[in-house]
Design a protein. Sequence first.
Length: 389
Amino acid sequence: MNIHEYQAKQLFRDYGIPVPDGFPAFDLEDVKRIMDHEFPEGKVVVKAQVHSGGRGKAGGILLAEDSQEAIKAAQELFGKTLYTKQSGPEGKVVRKLYIEKQTTHDKEYYLSLLIDNKLGKCVFIASKEGGMEIEEVAEKDPEAILRMPVDSDKGVDAKAAMELAEKLGFTGKTAEDFTDLLKKIYALFVQRDCSLIEVNPLSVCEGKPICLDAKVSFDSGALFRQPENVEMRYILEENPLEAEASDDGMSYVSLGGEIGCICNGAGLGMSTMDTINYTGCKPANFLDLGGSVDDVRANKAFKLLIREKGIKGVIINIFGGIARTNLIAKGITEAIMETNYQGPVVCRIEGNGDAEAHEYIASCKGNIYPASSCIEACEKMRELLKEER
């Protein structure tokens, strides 16, 4: 779950992580009030608040020297659609702004904290090349990327942190402050169940590290124990299908292909998408029904899936261990008939209750076909789509 920069910076303040003064604005009246009462001297940065990187290149970050320029910048940004590498073709509409004090700073650096699945640890990523996309830095100069793993039992090691500071060129009190910064970022990461904290750029102002930008993503799987994280959710920034699936206990990701798929379990879902690709088609989505799935959730899943743009057919790949496949089949076949869905649906269903599940499939009046394996289901779908063409 992503949050806006202004929310991330408030979290930073709560943990003592240095950021420039700034305030969110939700309309022009907010901008005028902020300029009159907080920044009467002017010299601010007006920043579009969207869940996407690359705002600067897309014209979403504007400098203003006085109140009039700030209001003009806000008028330009409110309602504007930003198109970035991360926004998708539909772009991101600007509904919120962040008014921040301009900061005179030296060189820009990159810093992030994330989970390295191979190591099974949190890892700090740092570089002297800040202010640009870290992927570009890694591609052009891999040696410019510095890494510092963190032992979860011990936390941030002071010696390793000082070594990272020195590699970045920090010395003396600046290096000490940087070490303290890493400890505070790690505390925020762990205590609030984050999946990513990114500062790009990090800079040094009057000898002290300061976070000029802030990106925080929360682990969606931990939201049940982090009610304060849930309160920061901004559903208008989310894919509506993904948001709806999440509210119903399912995991959904739009992928832009032509074959929809419904599975139970992330691993089965990933392998199904791989097989769809292998047979020459493209998956339209990833949809994991989640635990404790029943006919009601399966029904909702199918109805949600067919709202995805560009879908020409649906593959159902279910293996029932604890899950009762008969309930899943009941929900899906009822959804097919309730929506009068006419596209092809190929079902591979095995496991707990599969005899009754197959009966539901056989009695369904929709354009539905059984399959005994994932590869058979994907090949069958490919042939059906060829026939339609």
